[in-house]
Design a binder for this molecule. Structure first.
Ligand SMILES: C[S@@+](CC[C@H](N)C(=O)[O-])C[C@H]1O[C@@H](n2cnc3c(N)ncnc32)[C@H](O)[C@@H]1O
Length: 507
């Protein structure tokens, strides 16, 4: 049994996901769109991820910001080794990884740069009170004035009815010791039986099983980290605001962009009600919104030394920001997933914006000019929601070479059977989710293939040379059948997709 793990799950490694909200470009846009100053994250800057796991997010971001320094700290050495392997394979020279506990990170604080950005994704709720104090002290010691902090955590009141299920899972695990991910199916079975025999906890809280249904579709390793740690705590937003206050941090906005737009993210009537109840108290407003939405998970953005942008400065900074589509125009949906379901957008506002972006990247000033009545507020809301849904992203003009090397690594990993499910988009300074077909297409384009047939043949041959086959549902397709299937999938959108990828600097 490990003694260094401080109660955290370490017998199975955490999953390798990319988290888009951690991208400097996202943090910068969230600050600007909500009318706050942010540090300049387009030149040199220093970025730190506390509890970086497998380092997928950190490495992807480092690849598209070669001028900045990225530090990833996590006490699990197996994960740090994987992160280092990925960084080395992609030739990333601006990544520093350390297998430090949060306490060790604090001891080393004086040797580290002052950070412009510190991010903690999936940490605060799953560690001890002592660890949280260490994290706040680390931020206090290392964050620059004006620096940003991103922190996500399980929120109350949404977790209130689920917390007893997580308690039961942990107690069941302690009594049936087994590698934690292997224990997950045992507990799922037990919970199902309890539900079937109408245990009153499940009957009295009918939402529990619905939510559990969604969670259990996640990989067992993810659930082991979510449910089986010794420490677990849901927080009200004001509790985090109070603790972060010790490091002189102020709440900036939600990194889940739709949540900053009351009309798109609250049940009808709530926005009006909240305007009459302490509208100037931002933490109270957030707390009340969490009750309105029965919030389970928050992604908060804090700033040390929060300053409003005046309207003219915000207007100037927005006007010159470039935006580009991340998918062919035909695939864009004018519907946005938020805490209260889907919010639809007005076609007369969105269609002209999308028509413009279909021709290529455009500045916000150009976008405003397409909106009826040149309505700045409507244009801004539309752009925020398009960025929220990641169908449009803010972009810059530089295309760092380090991004190409990481993309080649991601393509090779896919063909060899360990997909990271992302492609880095250098001009957007982030990564995009990528299905297998996207990685095949990228590999083929990088290898100079042009026609759908050439691209499909390249993909099928590379899969076969790695002892793999193309999957279509439950079926494995080989040879001509696989090539024909890929042509039918990739052919129709080939031109529009490659145009989008060119705009994003991917090819
Ligand atoms: C839920 S995972 C999140 C990983 C990563 N941020 C992500 O979202 O993919 C939590 C991470 O925190 C690390 N961790 C937990 N307690 C820690 C501690 N006391 N010191 C350093 N790392 C810790 C774990 O090893 C794990 O990788």
């Amino acid at each position: 049994m490990s003694t260094w793990n401080e109660g955290y799950t370490t017998d199975v490694q955490y999953t390798s996901f990319f988290h888009a909200e951690l991208a400097p470009s996202h943090l910068e846009f969230a600050s600007l769109a909500n009318g706050f100053h942010a540090p300049n994250l387009q030149g040199k800057f220093a970025y730190c991820e506390l509890g970086c796991g497998q380092g997928v997010t950190l490495n992807a971001l480092a690849a598209v910001h070669p001028q900045a320094n990225f530090w990833g700290l996590d006490f699990n050495p197996s994960q740090i080794v994987n992160a280092q392997r990925m960084a080395d394979a992609a030739g990333l020279e601006n990544v520093q990884l350390r297998d430090w506990s949060f306490a060790q990170a604090l001891e080393h604080a004086d040797e580290l740069p002052r950070f412009d950005v510190i991010v903690l994704h999936g940490i605060l709720s799953w560690v001890s009170d002592t660890n949280r104090q260490e994290l706040v002290s680390f931020i206090d010691r290392t964050l620059k004035p004006g620096g940003l902090v991103y922190a996500s955590y399980n929120a109350l009141p949404g977790w209130a009815v689920m917390a007893p299920l997580r308690h039961l899972a942990r107690q069941h695990y302690l009594r049936n010791p087994k590698r934690s991910d292997l224990h997950v199916p045992d507990f799922v079975k037990f919970a199902d039986v309890m539900n079937e025999v109408s245990a009153l906890y499940f009957k009295s809280n009918p939402s529990v099983m619905g939510r559990f249904e969604t969670m259990r579709k996640q990989p067992p390793a993810y659930l082991a980290h979510e449910f089986l740690n010794a420490n677990w705590r849901g927080f009200y937003v004001n509790e985090i605001a109070e603790q972060f206050g010790e490091a002189r941090l102020d709440y900036l906005a939600s990194a889940t962009l739709i949540e900053n737009i009351p009309a798109a993210s609250l049940p009808p009537g709530v926005a009006g009600l909240l305007q009459q109840h302490m509208p100037e108290d931002r933490i109270w407003q957030e707390l009340a919104k969490d009750y309105a939405n029965n919030k389970m998970f928050r992604r908060d953005l804090y700033c040390r030394g929060l300053n409003h942008l005046n309207a003219a400065d915000q207007g100037r900074a927005l006007a010159k920001t470039l935006f580009a589509l991340t998918a062919p125009r035909s695939a864009v949906k004018i519907a946005f997933q938020g805490p209260v379901g889907e919010a639809g957008g007005a076609p007369d506002v969105y269609n002209p914006i999308l028509d413009l972006l279909e021709k290529g990247a455009a500045t916000f000033a150009q976008i405003v000019a397409t909106v009826p009545g040149r309505d700045h507020a409507k244009a801004l809301q539309a752009v925020i929601l398009l960025v929220h849904s990641r169908q449009v992203l803010p972009i810059t003009n530089s295309v760092p070479e380090s991004a190409g090397a990481l993309n080649r690594f991601l393509v090779d990993a896919y063909f060899e059977g360990s997909s990271y499910h992302i492609i880095v988009a250098p001009r957007a300074r982030t990564a995009l989710n990528a299905a297998g077909n996207d990685l095949i297409l990228l590999g083929a384009l990088l290898a100079g293939k042009k026609t759908p047939k050439e691209i499909a043949s390249y993909g099928v041959e590379r899969l076969a040379s790695n002892g793999r086959a193309l999957r279509h549902g439950d079926k494995a397709l080989q040879g001509t059948a696989a090539v024909e299937h890929l042509v039918s999938q990739l052919g129709p959108e080939l031109e529009s997709r490659t145009a989008v990828w060119r705009d994003l600097g991917i090819i």
